[in-house]
Design a protein around this ligand. Structure first.
Ligand SMILES: Nc1nc2c(ncn2[C@@H]2O[C@H](COP(=O)(O)OP(=O)(O)O)[C@@H](O)[C@H]2O)c(=O)[nH]1
Ligand SMILES: [Mg+2]
Ligand SMILES: [Zn+2]
Length: 354
């Protein structure tokens, strides 16, 4: 197989989807950047700036190409004709009132959930990211940056480990390359990694350190609230000289969950396990008698904060999943109506409703 495609992360999963192998030469590529309607695609012969085919322009947002996607270009090599089936996808619900999924990063193997050893650190944010990451089908690793700025690194590590049983945690000073061995261990072969986390936590700094080059701009955080400015404004896929690819995902202010039932069960495995011992099989762990989860809180075995976070994500998930289902049903009946109108027109030549 073409060496450059392999370096780009091409694996048999994608090769199997090709009916015509001649596309390998210059029509198959990986999306490395998306900026409005201009899409950067790395092919084995060169990097191209292309647009979407008319069909893809009209497709649902989730079906349009995103960073990390494998795509096939048209004959003229100016438009994306097809997006190959994804092996994993980090997605989110769009901001505002739109109940629609937006693809964030496709075909990723590992997600580095980046957070720092200061006031930015919040268990509940990590739990939210973990749910999305488990749902995406990628391995999560929590990266704790700015260990050089705390005297109490071990307590941050302990808190990070508590958000999901067995989750990997690596502490780094992103400004000191000698602290990155643990992180590098997660970048095997030509794996694709997505960097997610609030702005200012050091994602771009970490990327530059791993690449041993200034690939992405970095920005100072505000002293008063430790929040970052949005220095990185678009998503891009970068090559690491040592092998592997990294997608720098700019800080997302709003990160709602949806369709993460199983993932929540995984993140909150401790609560799900306790709930087997609740008196009622449909116990919501609010104030029911014989609730093993509430007893665990009373006994100091479980944090109240964690149960609150679980309830919050469950509610949010139920709400979003319900509105997604409603939207899908609406789209389906709209689709039927359009189809019906077309059929009617074909039969009668008239355009009035059936
Ligand atoms: N002391 C220290 N500063 C860091 C570390 N990681 C990042 N920074 C600083 O934090 C600021 C924000 O970093 P940046 O990479 O732009 O964050 P991003 O928004 O997540 O991409 C910059 O001033 C970095 O120099 C770290 O591990 N230790
Ligand atoms: Mg950045
Ligand atoms: Zn219960």
């Amino acid at each position: 197989m073409n060496e450059l495609l392999v370096k780009l992360g091409f694996v048999p999963f994608f090769a199997q989807q090709l009916s015509d192998l001649s596309v390998l030469e210059s029509r198959l590529g990986r999306v490395v950047s998306v900026q409005r309607s201009v899409i950067g695609v790395a092919c084995s012969d060169q990097r191209r700036s292309v647009e979407l085919s008319i069909n893809l322009q009209q497709a649902e947002p989730i079906d349009r190409p995103t960073v990390g996607d494998w795509v096939i270009l048209d004959e003229t090599r100016t438009r994306i004709e097809q997006v190959l089936e994804r092996k994993s996808l980090f997605k989110r619900i769009g901001s505002g009132n739109t109940t629609q999924f937006q693809p964030i990063a496709a075909n990723i193997d590992v997600v580095f959930i980046v957070t720092s050893c200061n006031d930015e650190f919040k268990e509940s944010r990590l739990e939210r990211y973990l749910a999305l990451c488990n749902e995406a089908g990628a391995i999560p690793v929590i990266i704790l940056t700015k260990v050089d700025l705390t005297d109490d690194m071990s307590s941050y590590i302990e808190r990070a480990r508590s958000v999901q049983s067995g989750v990997a945690v690596e502490g780094v000073n992103a400004l000191d390359p000698s602290t990155l061995d643990g992180v590098k261990g997660w970048i095997e072969g030509n794996a694709t990694i997505a960097l997610v986390g609030s702005s200012g936590v050091g994602k771009s700094t970490l990327l530059n350190a791993l690449a041993e080059d200034t690939l992405a701009l970095t920005g100072a955080i505000r002293e008063d609230d430790k929040k970052g400015r949005h220095t990185t404004t678009h998503r891009e896929l970068y090559f690491l000289p040592s092998g592997g690819l990294i997608i720098d995902v700019p800080g997302m202010r709003e990160l709602r969950v949806a369709d993460v039932d199983d993932a929540l069960g995984h993140v909150f495995g401790d609560i799900e396990q306790l709930s087997d011992r609740c008196q009622f099989s449909d116990c919501k762990h609010m104030k029911e008698p014989g609730c093993a989860v509430l007893t665990a809180i009373e006994d100091g075995q479980l944090d109240r904060r964690r149960l609150d976070s679980y309830h919050k994500l469950m509610r949010e998930n139920e709400f979003a999943t319900a509105s997604l289902a409603e939207k899908r049903a609406k789209d389906r009946s709209f689709g039927k109506m359009v189809k019906g109108a077309k059929l009617h027109k074909e039969k009668t030549g008239r355009r009035d409703a059936p």
